[in-house]
Design a protein. Structure first.
Length: 266
């Protein structure tokens, strides 16, 4: 629960949902499970629509490799992007998953790699597969951000806004609940935007481009409220690693959108 004192709220949520003997079920893991279940159900719903040529078997054959590609890519990306010094000194740090650490941008590379593999294997175009996957992602992202908030991690920068939160591991400072900002923007807003355009029967590549550009812009914006990683700080004194990694997404997404509309007119 959140204990309120005046306008400031103290984060006091137990990250463990319940325990059975030595086994603990954590909210964070549950959030990702919910996100994955939603992706399966939503993908099957889209596959049943008459304007889609996907079957339930194809959905399961695609989603499970994408899930593992996202997990492995997320771990590799986190180590290389945010803890390369540790990896350089100890390459086995890559496998110390119990120490935590996942990167969305690394997970994205992992999923894109799976999409390339799947498209080639099943003789589909890359954007046919990518456009089908993209609308499934925001809900999982939003669920993950709720998990971050419950864990009291990836907190925001110091502030005095009325909804500020004091996180137990972030010192006695009032901070933005940036995890909830990301939940709203990356989870809800991005999902609604993509779903709106999906219903318009867009040209190939448009949904993928919107996802890349949309997430990149929203993440770049939220980073102004999110505390930079302590060991990295602001690169050059003004930009975070999350923003650096989001810029290529914005550029790539815009280019894909422009190409999508250009090919549609031809």
């Amino acid at each position: 629960m959140l204990i309120s004192q005046g306008f400031v709220k103290f984060h006091n949520i137990d990250p463990v949902l319940f325990s059975i003997g030595p086994v603990s079920i954590r909210w964070y893991g549950l959030m990702y499970l919910i996100g994955f279940i939603f992706a399966i159900q939503f993908a099957n719903y889209r596959a049943r629509r008459s304007d889609n040529d996907w079957t339930r078997n194809e959905v399961s054959d695609l989603l499970f490799p994408c899930f593992f590609g996202g997990v492995f890519g997320g771990r590799i990306g986190y180590v290389l992007f945010y803890n390369f010094d540790l990896f350089w000194k100890d390459p086995l740090h890559l496998f110390k998953v119990w120490m935590g650490g996942m990167s969305f941008h690394g997970g994205l590379v992992g999923v894109i790699s799976v999409i390339f593999w799947y498209a080639k294997k099943n003789e589909r175009s890359f954007f046919d597969v990518a456009d089908f996957i993209a609308p499934l992602v925001p809900f999982g992202l939003g669920a993950g951000r709720i998990g971050n908030f419950i864990n009291g991690e990836l907190w925001g920068r110091v502030t005095h806004v009325p909804w500020a939160v004091i996180f137990p591991n972030a010192g006695p400072f009032f901070r933005h609940p940036s995890q909830l900002y990301e939940f709203v923007l990356e989870g809800i807003v991005l999902f609604l935007v993509l779903h709106y355009f999906v219903k318009k029967l867009p040209p190939p590549g448009l949904i993928s481009g919107l996802f890349l550009a949309g997430y990149g812009i929203l993440r770049f914006f939220v980073e102004y409220f999110r505390e930079p990683d302590s060991h990295l700080g602001l690169l050059g004194g003004f930009i975070s690693m999350g923003q650096v990694l989001s810029l290529p997404m914005v550029v790539s997404g815009v280019l894909v959108i422009l190409c999508s509309y250009r090919f549609q007119r031809q």
